[in-house]
Design a protein around this ligand. Sequence first.
Ligand SMILES: [Zn+2]
Length: 445
Amino acid sequence: MTTPSTIFRSLLDGLKGVARASAALVALAAAGVSPAMAAPSDSGSLAPWSEGIFDIHHVSTGRGNATFFVFPDGTTMLIDAGEGDPEFAKRVQPLKPFPPVPDGASSAGYWIADYVRQFAPPGRPAKLDYALITHFHTDHYGTITPDKPMSRTGAYRLAGITEVAETIPVGTLIDRAGPDYQYPVDLRNCTRSGAISGSSGLSLANYLSFADYRLKHGQAVVGLKPGALDQIKLEKAAAFPSFHIRNIASSGIIWTGARDETHHYIPEGAVTACDFDENPFSNVLTFAYGRFKYYSGGDLPGVPHYNQPWWRDVETPVSAVVGPVDVMMLDHHGNRDTVNENILRNLAPRVMVQQNWLSPQPGEDVVVRMASKGLYPGPRDVFSTGMAPETRTAIGPIMDSIYKSYNGHVVIRVAPGGDQYDVYILNDADKRREVVKHFGPYQSK
Ligand SMILES: [Zn+2]
């Protein structure tokens, strides 16, 4: 909802941006750097994408994850289209629900589709060449309840990814288990037998109906092939030879770092029941453009609880083959069971982006680790799509020392060739989505 408090928060953040800009300009002048190189605050609309630019949009809905990519040749991709179950959110956070943005009157799927239409390459019909679901949790692909509208196909209901796909054509649908959905257990059987309860079971059954409808009608549905380079590729790949997408992990099978070889990190047979946790099975990918590299790991965990098996730490073996990146999307919304010491040491991100939708995100320990210069040297900036005020109050000044922005769509715009990139924060309180802050340029590693 657009409330006076959210407007005030935006204004306040805007003013802070101006103050930071003035301070930065003084510092830059002292350092002999041209202010035109690094104006931390802009306004107006984000300049339209043009050929050569690589855009990564972290879409703020307050209800789950959605990242929209425009590759340098205009090929497009969406990772996740989440809308978490509001009943679940109420159960875990009964006193103060996290606010949906820009409002709760329309679904997350509606807003994600609207966002994609606004920032898709201009001058051609909006489409998603690829849509990838990291794992089967509803804050990543949409919650189905019996009152959700039916697709015009009559084959499934609309929420999250199915709702986006209803109005924006999807070329290839990628998930972690398609097209047979047998790993680590028979997921179709799990939904048919009722072994997954409530909206989780309904949502997965609905997604499988969506995938089946696509398969029946000649629309691609594939599983992410761990270790592969360029399973996801540019339409005009030859024009941008330094752009590559590497599949790092899927369903607990991880790239070894050599050729396209993989190993079963989560032992086969480790999971046999339908009610297993999807998080360690998340799809993990890196996107490279020249010197620039971006990491996306879904809800991959890295800090096992005391009663959990060793393989719940998937971040450590993943980070060993990913190596240094420029921008890291925080795993599992920055939850306390994630962003462990090893992934921070190995990735050493200059910029981190957090898509969060609950008060315990980020965990306090996560912030302490992210801020630690003992784990890796140098500056680091963190950007959140939406932070609960109680989280800031509880975690305190250490948070302000690394977070540069606490709400809004977070756009990483990589310059042609990949040598540098900028971070733009777009207002998420209305559908104009104007730039409220700008950071950079950052030099790629
Ligand atoms: Zn999640």
